[in-house]
Ligand binder design. Structure first.
Ligand code: FNR
Length: 184
């Protein structure tokens, strides 16, 4: 059985290391997991008034995440917290109240940084938000990838062997976590 995983990336830039990371994990995860990035950059900022006539981008993201078996967050850290674009996605996915697309989904949080701390602050701020939504977020292995700036070649291939080894372990653990917690 292949589980469908919606991937939310917390960076919008084309050469994002986190996007490269998401793609590397997607390759490693096959065939047990089918990971697909759900683009979140075109969603209007959350405003309750918009629920009366839901923006198309909100609807698209809500449906894509709602249809997935699990969610993977892959994000940089901005000012020791979650980038606004990703927090906005969580906010949109948390509503309508009690009917949000994230509730009850297995999930994992991966953060990375060119620095040494690997986005620890963003990782835990994000966990704080999603736990309250009933997201079943994997506790371990904790995944804070430091020094991400030297982990890829020009083509976006993951060339750091220890990062690869770690991510392979993470991917197996996530697969097991989904099998344990997915509602089916
Ligand atoms: C950063 N960066 C950063 N890095 C970090 O480790 N901790 C932090 O708090 C911040 N804060 C921060 C704020 C803002 C506004 C920017 C633009 C950047 C650096 C960040 O990790 C780096 O730019 C990454 O390369 C961003 O991830 P992507 O775009 O490569 O996926």
């Amino acid at each position: 059985q292949t589980y469908q995983v919606a991937v939310l990336v917390g960076s919008l830039r084309k050469k994002s290391f986190n996007r490269m990371l998401a793609k590397s994990i997607a390759q490693m995860a096959q065939p047990a997991l089918s990971l697909n990035i759900v683009e979140i950059g075109d969603m209007p900022f959350y405003n309750e008034e918009l629920e009366e006539d839901v923006p198309a981008a909100w609807q698209r993201v809500r449906e894509a995440v709602g249809a997935a078996d699990a969610v993977l967050f892959v994000s940089p850290e901005y000012n020791r917290s979650v980038p606004a674009v990703l927090k906005n996605a969580v906010d949109v996915l948390s509503r309508p109240y009690g009917k949000g697309a994230l509730g009850g989904k297995p999930a994992a949080v991966v953060t990375s940084s060119p620095g040494a701390i690997g986005g620890f602050g963003a990782n835990h701020h994000l966990r704080q938000s999603i736990v309250g939504l009933g997201v079943m977020v994997m506790g371990a292995p904790e995944t804070y990838i430091g020094n991400i700036g030297t982990a890829f070649d020009e083509q976006g291939n993951l060339i750091n062997p220890s990062t690869r080894e770690f991510l392979e372990k993470f991917t197996v653990a996530f697969q097991e976590w989904i099998a344990l917690t997915a509602a089916r």
